[in-house]
Design a protein around this ligand. Structure first.
Ligand code: NDP
Length: 805
C-alpha cells in the first residue's frame, strides 16, 4: 500500500475498479445461458456458442445460435404484431419509446458494466457515452413518434424490418436501429453481433418490462448465417445493416430485385485534417478521441492524420508525448483510457496489418510501456512516412492505429482526403472558419466535424457517401429510412410496357428503315435520323446501328440510334466534366435554366404532342396533357432549385450541426417506357435542380420525344454535359451505368428483372440505387414529383461546427 506522501511524489493512478456484482447477478439469474427473445418470450436455449470477456479471455455466457426456423418464427411474430403496432396512435407509440428511454436510464449502470465486460470497451466510455446516447436516441425518437402524422404526412411504416448490427457499439447500434424503426410503426427482428449479444438481451428484458407488445421487438442471436437468413427472408420488408463493406456488398446483392428497402452503414478510412494555423494542443486531444476512442474500433475513426507540412514534426512530437501517457488496461477500471480489442481474431487482424505497414516501409512507433498480457490488448500505434497508396493508408484497420501523411496546400489536402473508396466522416482542424467551411463541402463524406471529432447525436444524421454505404441514421433524415409512401403504389405491372395504348413494335436493325410514313402531302418525309446527346452536342453513336420506332398501328415513325457501352462511357465522362461546376452553380441559376427549358418546350408544345401521339397512339388529348404536365413539372423543379433547404440540427453542443443537401454527383437514369417525354423530365429535372449531372436512357419503345428534346436543351443554356442522353436497349445500357465506377447513383424505372440486374450491378462501388417496378402515375403531381425525387437526388452531409472560446 502506498502512503499519501508517496502518491503525491509519483502521481501514479491507483486502481479504480467498477463493481461487476450487478452484472454477475443478472447473468446468474439467467444461469448464463440465453435463448432468443421472440414474440415477447424467451425461447428454450438451442445450440450454444460462447460469449467471451476479451479483457480476461473468460467465457461469461453462452448464447443460442439462431437457425432458419428461429428467424422464421421471429419474422412471423413481427408480422403478426405489425397491424396493431402500426395502427397505434402516434402518441401511444411515443409513450412506449419514452418508456424504453426511461428503462435504459434506470438500468444504465448495469448496461454500462455489461457492455464493458462483453465488448472490452472502457467503463468510462460505456458509462459516459454509449449508454447516455442510447437513452437519448429513444427520447428523441419518442418525439418523432409523436410528430409522425404531421411531419411525415402521406407516409407510413414499411413493415417488418430486419436489422443486423456489429460489435463495436453493441447497444448504441441497437438504439440507432430500433428507435426510428419503432417510432415509424415498424416491427423488428434484430441480430446482434456474435461477439457482443448480451446488452441486446438485457435490452429485451427492459423492453418487456416497458410493456412493448409481443412481437414488436424480436432479438435473434447468431452468426453471419443467421444474418443472411434474415436478409433473404421473403417476408421482411427492409434491411438495415451496419458492418463491413464486404458484408454490405453481399447484402446489396442478396436483396437486389426483392423490393426490400435497404440502408447500409459500412466502413471508413476517415481523414483527420490539420492545417498549420490549428491549435495543436486541441488537435492532440482530438486525435486521442478520433483513433483511440473505443480502441479505434469505430467506423468513422479518424484513422488518417493529414497534416500540413510546416507543423507535422511538432504535432508528431506532441502526439508521441501524449501517447506515452495513455493508459491501457482493465475496461472496468475507471481511470483507464483504452480497454481491450473485441476478440482474438480482430487482434490478429490488427497485428497483421501493422506488420504489413512495417514491411511496406512505413515507420511504426508505439509508447514505451507494455499492455497487459492477459486478454486482447493492443497499444496505441502511430505510423509516419506513409505512402498514400500503401495498404495501411487505404485499408480499414479497425484498431488503435493511426497513419500520418503530410500535404502542402488546401487543394492537396482535399485530394489526399478523398483518395479512398470510403466516405463516412472527416475532421477539419483550423482556426480559420473560412477555410473550414470552404473545405467541408469538398470532402466526400457524410459527416464533417470542424475542430472536433466523433460527435454523435440522435438529432443529427449519420451515414456515408460512396462505399461507406447509404441511408442516414438519426435526425429527420434518418426517419425517411423507415417510412414509405402510404398511397400511389399500385399492383406491380404484368409487363413493363403495359399502361400505354397498345404495344409498339421495335427492333434493332443494321439497315435503314425500309419506308417511313408518307407525309400528308404525299411526298416522302425529310429524313430525320437523330444522334445521341453527349457533352452538349449531338453525337454520332459508336456503332451506327439504329432502331426502328413503329407506332401501335404499324407505321414507322422514325429511327433512333442504338447506343452502346462506349457511348455510355463517353456520356459519363462528359457528365463528370460538368458535375463539379454545375453543383457549384447557384440554385437561382439552375432554376433559371429549368425555366428556360420549359419556355422553349412550350413554344414547340404542339409538335411534341403530335410526336408522342404518333409513337404511342395515346390520342391527341392525352399527348397534349403529357406535354402540359411536362412544362409544369419543369416549373416545379425550377421552383425547388433554390428551396430544397437543409437544416440546422439542435445538437447538445455549443455550436450547430448543419445538415446540407448535397448532389449525389453523376446519376444514371433509366426512364420508364410510358410517357416518353414526361418520364424523362420527371427524373432529369429534379436531378438537375439539385446540382447533379445525368446520363439518361429514355423510353426504349418511344425514344423520339427525347431525341427531339436535344434541340430544346441546346437552346436553353444548359451547360454541356449536365444532361446526356443515350438511346437504345435500356437494360443493356443501364447495366453499363450500374457497373461504372464513375457513376454515383442509378435510377431505374421498369420491369422487375431490370430492377434486380441494376441493384446487383450497383454493388461494384455500392452506388445508390432507386429502382422500382411499381406503377406510378406520372401525370399526378402527388405521385410524379416532389420531395421523394429530391431526396433521391441528394445526400445529406452533417457539418458540426462548435463555437465559442
Ligand atoms: P461484419 O460486417 O462481418 O459483421 C457485422 C454484422 O453482420 C454481424 O452481426 C455479423 O454477424 C453479420 N453478418 C456477417 N455476415 C453476414 C451475412 N452474410 N449476411 C448477414 N449478416 C452477416 O463485421 P465483422 O464483425 O466480421 O468485422 C470485420 C471487419 O469489418 C472489421 O475489422 C472492420 O474493418 C469492419 N467493421 C466495420 C464496422 C462499421 O461500423 N463500419 C463495424 C464492424 C466491423 P457475426 O457477428 O456473427 O459475424
Amino acid at each position: 500500500m502506498s502512503t499519501v506522501a508517496e502518491i503525491f511524489q509519483t502521481m501514479e493512478y491507483g486502481p479504480a475498479p467498477e463493481s461487476d456484482k450487478e452484472v454477475l447477478s443478472w447473468l446468474g439469474k439467467h444461469e448464463r445461458v440465453f435463448g432468443h427473445y421472440i414474440g415477447g418470450a424467451w425461447t428454450e436455449p438451442g445450440q450454444l456458442f460462447d460469449v467471451m470477456n476479451p479483457a480476461t479471455s473468460k467465457v461469461i455466457a453462452r448464447v443460442t445460435n439462431g437457425t432458419k426456423a428461429d428467424v422464421d418464427a421471429a419474422v412471423a411474430a413481427a408480422r403478426a404484431a405489425l397491424p396493431e403496432w402500426k395502427g397505434l396512435a402516434p402518441h401511444a407509440r411515443a409513450r412506449f419509446l419514452y418508456a424504453l428511454a426511461r428503462g435504459v436510464q434506470k438500468h444504465s449502470r448495469l448496461l454500462a458494466v455489461l457492455e464493458s465486460m462483453d465488448n472490452g470497451k472502457s467503463i468510462r466510455e460505456t458509462r459516459d457515452i454509449d449508454i447516455p446516447l442510447v437513452a437519448r436516441h429513444f427520447y428523441h425518437h419518442a418525439g418523432w413518434a409523436q410528430l409522425l402524422d404531421s411531419e411525415f404526412a402521406g407516409y407510413e411504416a414499411i413493415g417488418v424490418v430486419g436489422q443486423i448490427i456489429p460489435w463495436n457499439f453493441p447497444l448504441l447500434m441497437l438504439a440507432w436501429k430500433i428507435a426510428p424503426a419503432l417510432a415509424a410503426g415498424n416491427t423488428i427482428i434484430l441480430k446482434p453481433a456474435e461477439f457482443t449479444p448480451l446488452t441486446a438481451l438485457c435490452f429485451a428484458e427492459i423492453a418487456h418490462e416497458a410493456g412493448i407488445p409481443a412481437g414488436v421487438i424480436n432479438i435473434v442471436n447468431g452468426h453471419g448465417e443467421t444474418g443472411a437468413a434474415i436478409v433473404e427472408h421473403a417476408d421482411v420488408d427492409k434491411i438495415a445493416f451496419t458492418g463491413s463493406t464486404e458484408v454490405g456488398r453481399i447484402i446489396r446483392k442478396a436483396t437486389a430485385g426483392s423490393g426490400k428497402k435497404l440502408s447500409l452503414e459500412l466502413g471508413g478510412k476517415s481523414p483527420f485534417i490539420v492545417y498549420e494555423d490549428a491549435d495543436l494542443d486541441s488537435v492532440v486531444e482530438g486525435v486521442v478521441d478520433a483513433i483511440w476512442f473505443n480502441q479505434g474500433q469505430v467506423c468513422c475513426a479518424g484513422s488518417r492524420l493529414l497534416v500540413q507540412e510546416g507543423v507535422a514534426e511538432r504535432l508528431v512530437a506532441k502526439l508521441r508525448a501524449r501517447m506515452e501517457k495513455l493508459r491501457v488496461g482493465s475496461p472496468l477500471d475507471k481511470a483507464v483510457d483504452m480497454g481491450a480489442i473485441v476478440a482474438p481474431v480482430q487482434l490478429e487482424r490488427i497485428r497483421g496489418l501493422v506488420q504489413q505497414g512495417v514491411s511496406e516501409g512505413a515507420t511504426m512507433w508505439q509508447p514505451s510501456w507494455a499492455c497487459p498480457t492477459e486478454g486482447c490488448f493492443y497499444p496505441p500505434t502511430l505510423f509516419t512516412d506513409v505512402q498514400p497508396s500503401s495498404t495501411i493508408a487505404q485499408v480499414e484497420i479497425f484498431g488503435p492505429v493511426l497513419v500520418t501523411m503530410t500535404f502542402r496546400t488546401p487543394e492537396e489536402s482535399v485530394a489526399l482526403a478523398n483518395n479512398t473508396p470510403y466516405g463516412l466522416a472527416a475532421s477539419i482542424w483550423t482556426e480559420s472558419i473560412n477555410l473550414a467551411l470552404d473545405i467541408a463541402p469538398k470532402i466526400k463524406a457524410g459527416v464533417v466535424w470542424v475542430n472536433s471529432t466523433n460527435l454523435f447525436d440522435a438529432a443529427a444524421g449519420f451515414g456515408g457517401y460512396r462505399e461507406s454505404g447509404f441511408g442516414r441514421e438519426g435526425g429527420r433524415e434518418g426517419m425517411w429510412e423507415y417510412v414509405k409512401r402510404a398511397h400511389g403504389r399500385r399492383a406491380p405491372k404484368s409487363a413493363e410496357r403495359a399502361g400505354v395504348a397498345g404495344a409498339a413494335v421495335h427492333q434493332a436493325s443494321a439497315t435503314p428503315a425500309a419506308a417511313s410514313a408518307p407525309s400528308s402531302a404525299g411526298l416522302p418525309p425529310i429524313d430525320r435520323t437523330p444522334k445521341l446527346f453527349i457533352g452538349g452536342k449531338q453525337a454520332r453513336p459508336d456503332q451506327g446501328y439504329t432502331r426502328r420506332i413503329v407506332s401501335p398501328s404499324g407505321v414507322v415513325v422514325g429511327e433512333s440510334p442504338e447506343g452502346n457501352r462506349k457511348d455510355i462511357r463517353n456520356a459519363v465522362e462528359a457528365a463528370h466534366a460538368a458535375a463539379k461546376s454545375w453543383a457549384r452553380a447557384t440554385g437561382h441559376n439552375r432554376g433559371q435554366i429549368l425555366y428556360y427549358i420549359a419556355e422553349n418546350l412550350s413554344t414547340r408544345a404542339r409538335e411534341f404532342a403530335t410526336r408522342i401521339d404518333e409513337m404511342t397512339g395515346c390520342g391527341a388529348r392525352r399527348a397534349k396533357q403529357e406535354v402540359d404536365v411536362s412544362i409544369s413539372r419543369l416549373f416545379t423543379y425550377a421552383a425547388w432549385a433554390d428551396k430544397y433547404d437543409g437544416a440546422v440540427h439542435s445538437v447538445p453542443i455549443r455550436g450547430v450541426a448543419i445538415a446540407m443537401n448535397e448532389p449525389v454527383g453523376v446519376i444514371g437514369v433509366a426512364c420508364p417506357d410510358e410517357h416518353p417525354l414526361l418520364g424523362l423530365i420527371s427524373l432529369a429535372a429534379p436531378a438537375m435542380a439539385t446540382g447533379n449531372a445525368t446520363v439518361v436512357i429514355p423510353s426504349q419503345s418511344f425514344p423520339l420525344a427525347a431525341t427531339d428534346f436535344y434541340s430544346v436543351l441546346e437552346t436553353s443554356d444548359v451547360p454541356a454535359g449536365v444532361i446526356n442522353i443515350v438511346t437504345g436497349d435500356k437494360d443493356a445500357l443501364v447495366k453499363v451505368l450500374a457497373e461504372h465506377d464513375g457513376v454515383e447513383a442509378v435510377w431505374y424505372f421498369g420491369a422487375r428483372d431490370g430492377v434486380r440486374a441494376t441493384e446487383l450491378a450497383s454493388a461494384s462501388n455500392m452506388k445508390r440505387t432507386w429502382a422500382t417496378w411499381h406503377e406510378r402515375d406520372w401525370l399526378d403531381a402527388d405521385d410524379g414529383e416532389g420531395r421523394e425525387f429530391l431526396r433521391a437526388a441528394t445526400q445529406v452531409k452533417n457539418i458540426w461546427v462548435p463555437y465559442g472560446e
